[in-house]
Design a binder for this molecule. Structure first.
Ligand SMILES: [Fe+2]
Ligand SMILES: [Fe+2]
Length: 292
């Protein structure tokens, strides 16, 4: 099975999960939010681990050149942003949304944390068979969550995937992350309305920005996949300047604030984690100040 085909199935299955959650939890937004949180927290933790491992990919470690450096920087910075998603947003969601609804939900929180710990422990204690082997195992875990029927294909196909395959799969994971945050953003307003706490209200914007981050990541991974040939080697003759211009364009078209898109220094809702990369190459971006 081609990696593109596997990705299509992951996305199809994620859509099916979304439809099922909407039906199963109709009229109970708290329960649906918790279900999505569980997936979101696990996924953030997992991509942190995967992207960190990927930065040590042989192809990236041993290749030289400006495009390789841009790729390595982008991957490292996205990894850092995923860490902040995992650490801050997940905790803030759990505490912020449910802080005035103790009791019956405590068990659900424990379950979220417990599952997360077990997943990470499992990943971290895997035999080290190289980045792609670890990635294959983690991807198998994702598939088991979203697409149980394709796990055997994952298990056999992914160890042969190369860096290009990794980016193609990362693009699919980012798309499912974006879709999850989009759904969380749809559920939150109903919770805001009935909550006596101001916390859920304060989450609307961070959730929207995180959704934009994931959309940006999705398109960045798609772009970086195009910098590699089918053998996973960097395409000859590619210039860093062109690559950076493309990343900037993706940022502006995904997280840019509409009325400022045409400015020499565009204003964006979020830098998608790549602010330091743009700064390093003297590409100016203005990020909207966080709402107080
Ligand atoms: Fe994330
Ligand atoms: Fe992401």
């Amino acid at each position: 099975m081609a990696i593109e085909e596997i990705c299509e199935k992951i996305i199809d299955e994620t859509n099916a999960v979304r439809a099922k959650y909407q039906a199963d939890y109709a009229g109970d937004p708290d329960a649906e939010l918790l279900a999505w949180l569980q997936i979101a927290v696990q996924r953030e933790a997992m991509v942190c681990y995967l992207y960190n491992e990927a930065t040590r990919n042989k192809r990236l470690a041993e290749s030289e050149g400006e495009v390789v450096e841009v790729t390595r920087d982008a991957l490292t910075l996205i990894w850092q942003q995923e860490q902040s998603h995992a650490a801050e947003l997940a905790a803030r969601l759990i505490d912020g949304v449910f802080m005035d609804r103790k009791g019956s939900l405590d068990a659900a929180f424990l379950k979220i944390r417990g599952t997360l710990d077990a997943t990470m422990l499992d990943l971290l204690t895997q035999d080290r068979g190289g980045v792609l082997s670890v990635f294959a195992k983690a991807a198998t875990w994702v598939a088991a969550k979203f697409a149980p029927n394709i796990v055997p294909a994952f298990a056999t196909e992914l160890p042969r995937a190369n860096l290009r395959g990794f980016f193609v799969l990362a693009r699919a994971l980012e798309q499912t992350a974006r879709d999850s945050y989009a759904r969380i953003g749809q559920i939150l307003p109903a919770i805001v309305l009935k909550s006596s706490s101001l916390q859920p209200q304060g989450l609307l914007k961070p959730i929207r920005n995180t959704e934009l981050d994931e959309l940006f990541h999705q398109r960045v991974f798609g772009e970086m996949a195009s910098w590699l040939d089918s053998d996973g080697a960097f395409v000859a003759g590619l210039e860093a300047k062109t690559c950076l211009r493309k990343l900037r364009e993706i940022l502006v078209t995904t997280t840019g604030i509409q009325q400022y898109r045409g400015r020499a220094v565009p204003m964006v809702y979020t830098d998608g984690g790549l602010g330091d990369l743009f700064a390093k190459h003297n590409i100016k971006i203005e990020v909207e100040r966080a709402a107080a």
